[in-house]
Write a protein that binds this ligand. Structure first.
Ligand code: NAD
Length: 296
């Protein structure tokens, strides 16, 4: 049974997820690049670790919530990393969004070293992380996913075991394809409506009530209209996710024409200096393409 959790990566998502584990009764030791975030976890009842080795020693489970595949690889495989310092049998739960192929390779290495590992990326954004309502897409063996459920249930409202190693990441890639495509179409609709005499906030309200309504429109529509791009989910992370989507689709020989367009638009947004803005800033690219810039 998991009682002691090491939580690595206390950023926008990791900090509130770790806080929910503390509230849920787990002994949580936090480690992150910025000491301020470990201090905040300690102030609300967790323990602060100054090194990765210190964080994982004595933990029954290790959760990682890091930006990208190379970050997870270095935290797992480095000389001072998780595989070098966690005891045999430790359950490793990677909640970051990374390449499915990296997830599979890491789970194979974990098994060779006598550890258990699953991929468990999440959707639901910062608000879902704060209120513990994330949708969690778990990939791994039945036994390992079942062992992780008591921990995952403190962070998520829906935990779905979608298949073997890497399946959670494949599901998350599909999720990011849908979110990116939806945002792009909402951005097109806003710039389109702005070119005519329509009360756009009322128009979005009407659209939300019909078939075109969505969680993306509900959460992002009005802030896109106001050109407020406070993250949230940063453009640089969605750019990374679209790279995963495009690469993984190509490996399978699957055509994703809209996905490729969204990847190009996200890349362009990042190149134009919007990397730290919320991904809803895609509306700024659409207005640039139409010669209707409001910002920048
Ligand atoms: P973030 O950049 O806010 O947080 C990442 C944290 O990891 C930072 O605190 C950073 O200091 C820490 N870190 C990086 N490398 C480290 C290392 N080697 N050792 C220790 N700490 C390290 O990112 P985030 O928004 O919390 O996203 C984390 C992951 O979750 C990403 O893969 C992202 O794609 C995914 N995700 C994010 C959201 C969102 O809305 N922000 C939603 C779903 C999934």
């Amino acid at each position: 049974m998991v009682r002691h959790v090491a939580f690595i990566g206390l950023g926008v998502m990791g900090a509130p997820m770790a806080a929910n584990l503390v509230r849920g009764g787990f002994a949580v030791t936090g480690f992150s690049r910025s000491e301020a975030s470990t201090d905040r976890l300690a102030a609300m009842g967790g323990r602060k670790a100054l090194t990765l080795a210190d964080a994982v020693s004595g933990a029954d489970a290790v959760i990682t919530m890091l930006p990208d595949s190379p970050d997870v690889e270095s935290v797992m495989l480095g000389d001072n990393g998780v595989f070098a310092h966690a005891v045999k049998g430790t359950l490793i739960i990677d909640c970051s969004t990374i390449a499915p192929s990296t997830a599979v390779k890491l789970q194979e290495t974990a098994a060779e070293r006598g550890m258990r590992m699953i991929d468990a990326p999440v959707s639901g954004g910062e608000s879902g992380a704060i209120d513990g309502s994330l949708s969690i897409m778990a990939g791994g063996s039945d036994e390992d996913v079942d062992s992780a459920r008591p921990v995952l249930s403190k962070m998520g409202g829906r935990i779905v075991h979608v298949g073997g190693p890497g399946s959670g990441q494949l599901t998350k890639a599909a999720n990011q394809l849908i979110v990116g495509g939806t945002l792009e179409l909402i951005a097109e609709a806003i710039v389109f409506l702005e070119s005519y005499d329509v009360d756009i906030s009322h128009a979005l309200e009407a659209i939300q009530g019909g078939l075109a309504g969505s969680a993306v429109l509900e959460r992002k529509g009005m802030s896109m209209l106001r050109r407020e791009f406070i993250p949230g989910f940063r453009v640089s992370l969605h750019d990374k996710d679209m790279r995963i989507v495009v690469d993984t689709a190509r490996e399978a020989g699957v055509a994703i024409p809209l996905g490729n367009t969204v990847a190009a638009l996200m890349g362009s947004l990042k190149a134009r200096g919007f990397g730290d803005a919320d991904h809803s800033a895609v509306v700024a690219t659409l207005e640039l393409l139409s010669g209707r810039e409001k910002r920048g």
